[in-house]
Design a protein around this ligand. Structure first.
Ligand code: AMP
Length: 592
């Protein structure tokens, strides 16, 4: 693990992509078969592979407790170290170095030992036992190794390793075609296995398999019709954007499974879909959205909230909140009983849609529980605007704009799909700080400071603060969670582990020096929690910059009005921000 940590340091120290790839290639070539998959997974900043459903379950508070005990320092010493770097791994290294922590190098943990400890932490029950297991590992790590053991465990690597660089290094190290490596990587969702297949020249074995969910294709946000057409045009496909739950449907014989965007098996929550699909004659994999739908009307997302999770719904819930499966893609099909799936991912969308329409799904209008996504095409801004209004009138969120020639790229937020929610602009932000509310919300951590990630530096930069629009029950749950995941306290302000993603609605984006992102939101509101998104899937400063441009072009009057309003303190979205929040807790007071 020490060598891996040194490699990570060297990658972080250079900004040149070719140098990073070269370092990775040489390192990868030097590894044994035992080490290779582990090293590759750790390089993605995760303790377990992406498709692995395990999570270590050791929060920052527990990590902090382990470190302070080992170093014999107080929590505030660690808090101060964290404030200097905004980086838990660096803070741990600094604290251990200052404490003169120098274990016997002969006891230094190997990569397989670190991986085994992460697995043991996950398997241990309760924070105390998990902490003990982790403490055993940390005691054997010198400060630099400890930095990276903590970074990987907490999923916060940030060494400037762009997605795809490890793929490129694997291709170079083993002399394989980069496109084949990438393709196999998307199908596997496990870079460790990918590394082994690349080494052994077995990339062809990576294939779509029924009941092995793959990551969902993602969409980039956009607001501007003209831009959409210039990117994907001249003619684009437009589907309604349904406000439900993304679900991949896998079917073989009479067995049907639904997987969430996080690749969790959520079948038990939606028996009406499972039952309806189990009698169909084809085997394969669909992509779609679970949507609450009753008496011919789309129900708002909040209605679905009672059906989240894996709990089997009661008969009453099934009647009040019936769900339908809106199918919008087919990823693979197999002739019944053949076992072999023909992956359709590389086929253009128009071909996949053709195959989808031939599946004879039991449609809602015939008493079934399936719907095909509403599809039309557009070749002008006016047509897009019209379609947007029509989608909203049908009770949906907006439009998904798709390039009919695009392949299905799992896990990628490319430009093959764009999402247009316009009238209700939202961005997905990471909560970095929380505060106790006032009045009715006294004693509850109800005020959230949130951030977007800067692509270049990987840092989270604050963009705003809002009173949470969550329900009391959600607030209560989140308060407990944030208390367990507080890194340090500054008066009322808790600096928290940056893992919770919230969808923030707003009226306008403004330039502002108040927040480190360089932007602020006018009238921000927490629209909802996004438990389906991880921090690295939240929106970025680049997205905000683009939305800012789009919104400005489309709604100059609003931006002007907002600028005028914010000149007076009354409508200043952050007028109440306190000094600690202003100092940008994520970048650290002097951190920049
Ligand atoms: P967002 O969750 O805001 O990032 O938007 C992307 C999500 O929109 C996807 O993950 C899907 O769950 C959802 N969605 C709704 N309708 C569609 C559609 N017609 N095609 C693709 N995704 C859709």
């Amino acid at each position: 693990m020490r060598r891996w940590s040194e490699l990570a340091e060297r990658i972080a120290a250079t900004s040149r992509t070719s140098e990073k790839t070269g370092l990775l290639r040489d390192y990868i070539t030097s590894l044994s078969s035992d080490e290779l998959p582990i090293a590759a997974v750790f390089l993605t900043g995760r303790p377990f592979a992406e498709t692995d459903q395990r999570a270590p379950g050791l929060g920052w508070a527990a990590i902090a407790a382990t470190v302070t005990t080992l170093a014999g320092v107080s929590r505030s010493t660690l808090g101060e170290a964290y404030d200097r770097s905004s980086d838990l791994g660096i803070a741990v290294m600094d604290v251990l170095a200052q404490a003169g922590h120098a274990p016997d190098p002969a006891q230094a943990p190997t990569l397989p030992e670190v991986a085994a400890t992460y697995a043991a932490v996950e398997a241990a029950s309760g924070p105390a036992r998990k902490g003990e297991v982790f403490a055993g590992l940390l005691a054997r790590c010198d400060p630099l190794t400890a930095k990276y053991v903590v970074k990987v465990l907490s999923g916060d690597l940030r060494i400037g390793l762009r997605e795809g660089l490890v793929d490129a290094a694997l291709a170079q190290a083993f002399g394989r075609d980069l496109d084949r490596v990438k393709w196999a990587g998307m199908l596997l969702g496990d870079i460790g296995r990918l590394a082994l297949l690349a080494r052994e020249d077995r990339l062809g074995e990576a294939e779509l398999t029924i009941f092995h969910p793959i990551k969902s294709m993602l969409a980039s946000p956009t607001e501007d019709a003209a831009e959409i057409l210039s990117r994907l045009g001249p003619t684009v496909w437009i589907e309604d954007k349904y406000d439900g739950i993304r679900a991949q449907l896998h079917k073989r014989g009479q067995t049907v499974r639904l997987f969430s965007r996080e690749l969790h098996d959520i079948s038990s929550g939606y028996p009406e879909i499972i039952e309806a699909a189990s009698v169909l004659t084809w085997d394969g994999v669909l992509d779609g959205e679970l949507l609450a739908h009753r008496d011919g009307t789309v129900l708002p997302f909040v209605a679905l909230q009672g059906r989240l999770g894996r709990k089997e719904p009661s008969a009453a819930v099934r009647t009040t909140v019936p769900v339908v499966y809106v199918a919008f893609d087919v990823l693979g099909l197999a002739a019944p009983g053949s076992g072999h799936v023909d992956a359709l991912l590389a086929e253009p969308l128009q071909e996949r849609r053709r195959r989808l329409t031939m599946l004879e799904l039991p449609m809602l209008e015939e008493g079934g529980t399936f719907v095909l996504s509403h599809l039309a095409s557009a070749d002008s801004s006016a047509a897009l605007e019209l379609a947007f209004g029509a989608a909203r009138a049908r009770g949906n969120e907006g439009l998904m704009i798709k390039d009919p020639l695009s392949p299905y790229t799992p896990g990628r937020r490319g430009l093959g799909w764009l999402k247009m929610k316009k009238a209700l602009a939202t961005i997905d932000c990471v909560v970095v700080g929380v505060e106790v509310g006032h009045g009715k919300r006294h004693g509850v951590l109800s005020d959230y400071t949130f951030a977007v990630r800067d692509e270049a530096s990987g840092r989270l930069l604050t963009i705003g603060k809002a009173y949470s629009g969550l329900t009391d029950a959600e607030l209560g749950d989140m308060t407990r969670w944030f208390e367990d995941h507080t890194v340090s306290k500054h008066g009322r302000y808790h600096l928290v582990e940056p893992t919770v993603v919230v969808e923030v609605a707003f009226d306008a984006i403004l330039r502002s020096n108040r927040h480190k992102s360089g932007f602020t939101l006018r009238f921000p509101r927490i629209a909802r929690l996004r438990p389906d998104k991880k921090a690295d899937q939240a929106d970025t400063v680049g997205v905000v910059r683009r939305l800012y441009g789009d919104l400005q072009a489309g709604t100059e009057h609003l931006v002007t009005a907002a600028a005028r309003d914010t000149a007076g303190a009354d409508a200043d979205p952050d007028a109440d921000a306190d000094p600690v929040a202003d100092a940008d807790p994520v970048a650290g007071p002097g951190g920049g």
